[in-house]
Every structure is written in C-alpha cells, then in structure tokens.
Design a protein around this ligand. Sequence first.
Ligand SMILES: Nc1nc2c(ncn2[C@@H]2O[C@H](COP(=O)(O)OP(=O)(O)OP(=O)(O)O)[C@@H](O)[C@H]2O)c(=O)[nH]1
Ligand SMILES: [Mg+2]
Length: 357
Amino acid sequence: MEHGWDKVIELTAETARRYRISALEPLLASCRAVAAQREINVAILGRFKAGKSSFLNHIFRRDLLPVGVVPVTAVVTEIDYGPKEKALVHFLDGHSEQTPVDSIRQFVAESENPDNVKRVANVKVELPAMENLRGLRFVDTPGLESALAHNTEASLHWLPNVGLALVAVSIDTPLSQHDIELLKSLRQYTPNISILLTKADLLDEAERAEALLFVREQLSRAGQIQQITKDQSVVQALIDAGLMTPEEAAHSSRRNVILKALGARDEIEPDLSRVALARGDHLLLCSDGLSNKVGEVEMCDIALKADTLNAACARLVALANKRGGEDNITVILARFDGAGLPALETTADRRILVEYL
Ligand SMILES: Nc1nc2c(ncn2[C@@H]2O[C@H](COP(=O)(O)OP(=O)(O)OP(=O)(O)O)[C@@H](O)[C@H]2O)c(=O)[nH]1
Ligand SMILES: [Mg+2]
C-alpha cells in the first residue's frame, strides 16, 4: 500500500472494532483491496444481456470481448494499460497461461467454457491502446440473474474490488427489482455508482425521455432505503467472512441459528452503528414478522407515500397480515426534520448518478 492509506484504513478498522460498527466491514474490505492496487477498477456490472461487454468493446473500438444473444460472459475479465498487447489467463489452481488477446473468448465465453470447466479464475488483458486511460482498469463481469448461477457468483465474489461501478441497465427493460437490489448491495462497497443505460438506439427520442424519467423516479424512491442493522445470525457471520453468498444463506439449513438473544446470558454486548441523518430521513424499526413478508422497496414506497406515519404503519402491518402474518408484526416509523439536519441532496452517500449513452 502507498500514501499511508493503510494506516488510515487500519485506524478506521480499529475504531470500528472498538465501537462494534460492523456495518463498515464490507467497505473496509473494499478499501483494503483498492488501496493495494495501483489502478482504479471501473467495473461494468448488471443483469445478463444488458450490453456490458458490447459497451467495453465500444470503448476499446475492437471486438475484444465476446457478445451474444444468450448469456455469454462466464469469467471476470480485467483490461488495463500495458506497453505490449497480451492476455494472461489465471486458473483456480494458481497457475497462469499467456494467450493471444483475440483468443480470450475460449476462456471467457460460456459456450466455450461451459460451467467454467476450464477452471479459470480470471483473465487479465493489457493493451497499449489504453495509454490515455492509464490508471483505470476496466472490468467486464458475468451477467447477474441468468439461469447460470456460477456466472452470478463469479461477479458477486469480485465485488469487494470495485472502485467505480457502472451498472448496465438495458433501456428497453428499465430498472428491474434485481437492478435495485444490486444498487443497494453495491453501496456497501463503494459510493461511486453510476447507471449506464444501454441500447438507447432501440428507442426514439420521446421513448428515451420517458424511460429516463421512469428510471429517475424509481431511483429517487428506491435509493432512499438502506438496512442499517444486520442479522446476528450464523449465516450473516458467514456472509461477512466471505464464506457464503446471500443466495446460499437464503437456502441454508442454519439460517435460523442466532448468535445473540436477550435472556440467554446475564450480559450481552450490543452491536453499535452510527448513521449520518439528513432532513426528511425516515427510520423504520420492525420485527421480522414484517421484513419476512414485505420487501424493502415496498416498505420504502408505503412509508413515503402514506399521508401520515400512523397510516404507513397500519398499511405495512395490514400487508404483512394479508400475506400470512404468522409472526409478531411490530413497526415503528419515525421521520427526522429540523433545520439542524443537512438537506437530503447534500448527503453524498445517497448520490446515484443517472446517465445514458
Ligand atoms: N441495439 C443494441 N443492441 C445492443 C447494444 N449493446 C448490446 N446489444 C446487444 O445485446 C446483446 C447482449 O450484449 P452483450 O454485450 O453480450 O451483453 P452482456 O451484458 O455482456 O451479456 P452477458 O455477458 O451474457 O451478461 C447482444 O446481442 C448485443 O448485440 C446496443 O447498444 N444496442
Ligand atoms: Mg458479457
């Protein structure tokens, strides 16, 4: 590490440990990974077929990365500057092989490396043409949410390395629930997230404006909900340690095993975290009787649209009951106002930029 950033990061980690601010752990893992690198990783992430690889080919002005109409990218590919054009394939067993840049598709493309039978960890490409963009490393990632779970996993495991995230969203299917979930999980790793609206040529100007407005509206609602406590459960601890993905946790037989409970011991240590509040923020406290039945985006929508806080709570409880309501459903909703708090727009961590090509 250079520039003393390691000291700053370790001081922050020590402070977070002392005050048990466990919510900072993913961000600290990202800071360590990023500080150890010379380049900033600009990652193109998003659903399968969103046009991620095509966008990068456009930047490099050559057909470097494989593209197609079925899920194509199976392996993370990193592209940065090098004085001589070359590609290195790193395998999961630790060995590497050099290959001509134009033949990386035999390792990267799902059709030529199905289920990653070639056991490739990643592919690193160096291009002299990247000279003007020295300091940046572009990263093509496998699409999320396709039928191919190993592709999604390869991308999610790479996430702590992200410096700047470009989330590719195809303009003809603008912003799905999965895109919104991805944006939320990315915010654990980096505040630098932009949306890249792709396939703009499929719509005329009026349709593009309509799609853009829709995306902005969805983001302004969805962007404001953030989980600030974590489950004190075995599966959450395994996710934090990088030993389990959230998808595996959802199906784990150990998902009901909790690590802390009131009454189990004479003394317990609470987890503490701090949140920078902005004017107009809402705080929702609820039991899992609500969160197991009502998704985050719905919670946000109801909390912001209802006329009063009481009405919002009543609607949330009614919705959870309508969906079964087997468990205790407790909801407390507070709203923070007052001139002493900064206005929402100035809170940097809520900033999500929207751009389209
Ligand atoms: N019309 C149009 N089609 C595009 C554009 N970008 C990509 N496509 C098409 O969309 C399809 C998917 O493109 P890819 O670049 O392979 O998408 P990807 O996100 O890398 O897909 P995976 O690697 O499978 O996750 C291909 O058929 C591309 O030709 C665009 O800007 N306009
Ligand atoms: Mg691709």
